[in-house]
Write a protein that binds this ligand. Sequence first.
Ligand code: EPU
Length: 347
Amino acid sequence: MSADLDLSGFTTLRLGGPATLFAECPTTQVLIDVVRLLDAARIPTLVLAGGSNLVIGDKGFDGVVVRVSNTTVSLDAGRVRVDAGAAWDEVVAQTVAAELGGLECLSGIPGSAGATPVQNVGAYGVEIGSMIERVQLLDRVTGEVRWVGPSELGLGYRTSVLKHSSDALVLATELALHTDGLSNPIRYRELASALGTDEGGRVPAAAARETVLELRRGKGMVLDPDDHDTWSAGSFFTNPVVSDESLPAVLSAIDAKLGDVSVPQYPAENGTKFSAGWLIERAGFSKGYPGENAAARLSTKHTLAVTNRGTATAEGLLTLARTVRDGVEDAFGVRLEPEPVMVNCSI
Ligand code: EPU
């Protein structure tokens, strides 16, 4: 346990402010014991793992920061069990090296394994939810530890019942992977063409991992301490789904502003999904907005990443995010929703 730590070193945005107390939990049992004790004493607790999908306000956190650092990974044929604190990309690398397929499209995603079910992490046409066998949770209301299956997790696009709730803490996840060493079917057009395969084809998992890493690097979506474009929380907004009723108005707003353009849009469960990055760019916020000397800017490689150039404050970064959200809404009538979890701050 240590006191008065600056949390900025623990988030990929390098924002955080101070924390009163910090409890490092290197094993699952320590994690369970510490969280149970804090909960019984009703002490405010912030559970922090990879810090990659988190915006912490400048005032920091007045309570105990619990750092999830249990990191055991065990592979048993296609069944993989990962502790919540394991670094996600190392888990992917380990499975690919063991010729297990399934996780390759989720390569290069920063953060911890325990965060992946929480927001049903996805990339390049694959969501972690499709490979989850069960998740071990600490129920913070009853103090019980139990395993739950994917049907109990309410998994959706970048969400689950675990997001925006502190009722349960992920301790470990069990995944079922392909033992033939081949990837999941490649569903993302950009990835399929980079791999020279048809959409729906399967390729060696290692080849898919390398190509995904290359694509992500090109978009500034692989952490690199020397590259401020990667000092982000990944995509800051989710891709919006427009309902059937609102669709004609949105399309006519796009047409009025941009004329006859091809609009990236995909059928989704409750309507039509648009690309937030595309809308941001077409609303007038180009890559690198608002310009070179700003402490908080959009990434120069991808408009969906809001980045800290080194000296940003959380409030400065959120002001930029608000400007972008409101500008997109004014231009096209589409309200973007933030993807990261906000702690002691809001957009
Ligand atoms: N686009 C632009 N300008 C940009 C970036 C993108 O116009 O600066 C347009 C392009 O038309 C492009 C389209 O947006 O074709 C889609 O862009 P991209 O392929 O980069 O995907 P995305 O929808 O922006 C999503 C996920 C990413 C994931 C990639 C690849 C969300 C919110 N984001 O991004 O996930 O890596 O697909 O699968 O769903 C994350 O969640 O943090 C994340 C990085």
